[in-house]
Design a protein around this ligand. Sequence first.
Ligand SMILES: *Cc1c(COP(=O)(O)O)cnc(C)c1O
Length: 304
Amino acid sequence: MSKRLGVELFVKRDDLTGGAETGNKIRKLEFLLADARAQGADTVITCGGLQSNHCRATALCAVRAGMKSVLCLRTRDVAAPPPLEGNVFIDLLVGAEIRLITPEQYAERDSLMRKIADDLRGAGRRPYVIPEGGSNALGAMGYVEACHEIEAQLAPIGGGFDTIAYACGSGGTGAGLVVGARRTQVARRVVGFAVCDDRAYFQRTIAKIVAELGEPIDAGTIEIDDRYKGIGYALNRPEELCFVRDVAREEGLVLDPVYTGKALFGLVSEIAKNKRAYGGRVLFVHTGGIFGLLAKASELGPLL
Ligand SMILES: *Cc1c(COP(=O)(O)O)cnc(C)c1O
């Protein structure tokens, strides 16, 4: 792909951060679960879509940290049992308590999780609430640290990247990368490809987390490209699915259709239009998501 595009395209393989823990969320959970443990928590509560990678990683890592988990999973039909596939299958496998909630309830997720925490406290438990995507200042520390890791990996080849590109879903990865890139020399630009919401929403959300990390920033300078989210979160157009297939066949790199497939599709499309769009040396952060891909097998099948 580098040769075809005429730029040096690197991939940070954060899809290889674990086995079933795969993806970017484990970097945030490293900090969040340490905090939960320090506070003596016995149960973590978090939320996401039905096929949330964040909820799956949280449920799995909670078990390893000796804690239980309650997952509030968003779905249109709360009466239907969760499908035995993808992330939610792993949630069930590791014994997470699943509460299916409607999109309307999800809009009030923070107060809903506070209420669940209150109920658990009333029953003598010690709950710890992790926000959507693990995206608060503490969770974002995982991606500040990732920049130091990238800096060490760069040392043997020298220099930095012109651009770091990533898929943006709740803003924590972006906030950590923005702060980390400032504290290191890893990249001049950090560009997020939104997979939901829009540019203004993520500029606001990321600026807030960055400020909480002690480095106030002008939200307008945060680079978000929202032109590649397609027809909606976790929904795909054929060209995105074909792209996932083609990258797998050209590079042996397996993307997911919800996040990395859309983000790399955006990055590559922009570079194809303008070779200089992101400079000559670009790093794409592969944030994981393989279980989301497996949950879409029936949609992808006809394209194979
Ligand atoms: C959660 C997730 C993202 C987005 O990260 P945020 O920090 O939530 O913006 C990107 N890719 C994958 C595979 C994810 O699971």
